[in-house]
Design a protein around this ligand. Structure first.
Ligand SMILES: C[S@@+](CC[C@H](N)C(=O)[O-])C[C@H]1O[C@@H](n2cnc3c(N)ncnc32)[C@H](O)[C@@H]1O
Length: 279
């Protein structure tokens, strides 16, 4: 099965039993969605803004040592650890994928942050937390996979009054053709994926009753050599490059993803989205 001919893989459902160091067959690699593929390669930051976007996003929040922040769709756990370490605060990190949660727990353990970062499985569409619980909620490259009305209503529910949401998502610089949208979803291996114009992301926030909303669109750097090294550091970039060199199907898959995003930088960017829950 070739993912280009079969874009029915839902990004929200990672392949059952996929552990990030699993040895995958040719067909497995070609049918993984892009995000699981990048995680399988060993990429630690899997969102369009990378570490620079994360920094810009965190500048919108006023995190203090007594802050309790929920990160949804934490992936490999690097952002949760970065926040807990930088601000010395408490972070709850959740992800729908058990494989990602296992990986994130390893990251937390290696960083010695088990006292500050708690990680568990959880679904943005049905948060298990009580109302008015968190000071901040953050997500990066997650809303685009799910029903935004439902997920934003869950986020605002668990935020304390006066608390803020900060999100980083793919965004269109200008309206794409239907063909380009379809091709992007195919390249990503997802049918459920939805990028938006930045004005539509803003509308989603205000429609969900967030106030003081701010949205800004930025240039995509994730799939550039500089962006890659900034996100992964030299050692991990070399490790990932080796994995690409050693397996033809890894290389083919990466080349297709890289070419699509690099060829459409005038269309595809990322948005920083912030909004506050009314007091
Ligand atoms: C593109 S990756 C981004 C990972 C991480 N936020 C980062 O920036 O590196 C999307 C993540 O969202 C998770 N995810 C997808 N649907 C979700 C849902 N309904 N609830 C919680 N997490 C979800 C996926 O398992 C995956 O780890």
């Amino acid at each position: 099965m070739n993912y280009l001919n079969n874009p029915s893989t839902a990004c929200t459902t990672p392949p059952q039993g996929l552990s990030l160091d699993t040895q995958l067959s040719h067909n497995d690699i070609l049918s993984l969605n892009t995000y699981d593929f990048l995680a399988y390669l060993g990429k630690t930051t899997i969102n369009p803004g990378g570490v620079e976007g994360r920094k810009q996003l965190l500048n919108h929040l006023n995190i203090k040592p007594n802050t309790h922040l929920l990160e949804i769709g934490c992936g490999t756990g690097h952002t949760a650890c970065y926040i807990a370490k930088k601000y010395n605060c408490k972070v709850t990190a959740i992800d729908i994928s058990e494989a990602m949660v296992d990986e994130a727990r390893l990251t937390i353990k290696k960083a010695g942050l088990e006292d500050r970062v708690q990680c568990k499985t959880g679904d943005i569409m049905e948060l298990e937390y009580e109302d008015n619980h968190f000071d901040y909620v953050m997500s990066q490259a997650v809303l685009m996979f799910v029903d935004q009305k439902k997920s934003l209503s869950e986020i605002i529910r668990v935020l304390k009054p006066g608390g803020s949401y900060a999100g980083l998502e793919f965004a269109w610089h200008k309206q794409p053709s239907l063909d380009m949208e379809r091709e992007t979803n195919q390249i990503c291996g997802c049918v459920s994926l939805k990028f938006h114009l930045i004005s539509d992301w803003k509308k989603s926030l205000t429609d969900s009753n967030f106030i003081h909303t701010k949205t800004v669109i930025k240039k995509l750097k994730m799939l550039s050599i500089i962006g890659f090294i900034q996100d992964e550091g030299i050692i991990n970039t070399v490790k990932i490059s080796l994995k690409l060199c050693l397996k033809t199907e890894n290389r083919i898959r990466m080349k297709i993803i890289w070419a699509h995003f690099s060829n459409h930088l005038d269309y595809i960017g990322y948005g920083l989205l912030t909004g506050e829950k009314p007091s």
